[in-house]
Design a protein around this ligand. Structure first.
Ligand code: C5P
Length: 271
């Protein structure tokens, strides 16, 4: 898979980078997306922004030709979750998510109905991924909820369940990426937040990884918020991260030598 997106000019985006739009108004969204320009093609819209401004944010991003990960983490009975996912699918998002703890039947119903409805409408079906265990939950919270397994074991178990239900991948911390990769194989998406370029502020994230280490451990997408939107120069910050990402490629047990990958990606517009 080619990750680099040639945008017609000097700037290359990397479709594995998902910039978190953790802002509150459409004016803030437009300012940030315009500032980042061609450097970023994929944005994450979370519940705070979506509940604040509504579906117009997805419509506007799609009009700018941007991909949208709609991170609304649905969790309800199968029929309701599936209905919610189908409504979000119709907005044109690229990726949607549910909580894996909603169970196999919920995930499978949502996945099957989304695929059936997309086919009926003749639209591209979004990717559907599952949140395994929130990275904010520590072992004490976990035990208080009456759960006996180690968190890491639960993450792998939920990732396997999501895969069995037909989902495309999971959201997980980079620390869990290699275990999930091993359990779920090379085509499973692993979307990792908590990414910090070396030497940068970790903010409130406790289990952070650099772009390089997350990709090395098998992450397919990196969700990055404050290191980009709170930087003095967001575009320069995004491009620095993209440069770091460019030295790493898809998880592949037999990777091409880096020199070949370098040539492949520089001349991929001929492919
Ligand atoms: O600013 P920062 O890079 O920490 O932002 C990470 C983004 O990923 C935020 O939008 C946050 O809500 C989201 N996220 C996370 N941890 C999770 C799931 C989502 O940080 N487990």
């Amino acid at each position: 898979m080619i990750n680099l997106v040639y945008t017609g000019g000097q700037v290359m985006a990397d479709e594995r980078l998902i910039a978190a739009l953790d802002v509150h108004t459409m004016d803030d969204v437009k300012r940030l997306v315009t500032t980042l320009g061609d450097s970023v093609t994929y944005y994450k819209v979370g519940m705070e922004l979506f509940y604040g401004v509504g579906a117009q944010v997805v419509t506007w991003l799609r009009e700018q030709d941007k991909d949208v990960f709609l991170d609304l983490k649905l969790h309800d009975i199968p029929n309701t979750a599936a209905g919610g996912i189908c409504s979000l699918m119709r907005l044109g998002a690229t990726m949607l998510n549910v909580h894996a703890s909603g169970g196999y039947t919920m995930m499978k119903t949502a996945c099957d109905r989304m695929h059936a409805e997309a086919a009926e409408l003749g639209v591209k079906c979004p990717k559907l991924i599952a949140v395994t265990v929130l990275t904010s939950i520590n072992q004490d919270d976990w035990r208080d909820m009456g759960l006996a397994l180690q968190i890491k074991s639960a993450v792998v178990r939920l990732a396997r369940l999501a895969q069995k239900a037909g989902l495309d991948g999971v959201v997980a911390s980079a620390q869990e990426a290699s275990l999930i990769r091993e359990a779920c194989g090379k085509d499973f998406l692993i979307v990792t937040p908590g990414i910090r370029p070396a030497g940068s502020d970790t903010h409130d994230q406790s289990r952070v990884a650099t772009p390089t280490s997350a990709l090395t451990d098998g992450a397919t997408h990196l969700v990055i918020g404050r290191p980009i939107y709170a930087a003095a120069d967001p575009k320069a910050a995004a491009e620095k991260i993209i440069n770091e990402m460019e030295t790493f490629y898809d998880y592949n047990p037999n990777p091409l030598p880096h020199v070949l990958l370098w040539w492949r990606d520089r001349f991929s517009f001929f492919l």
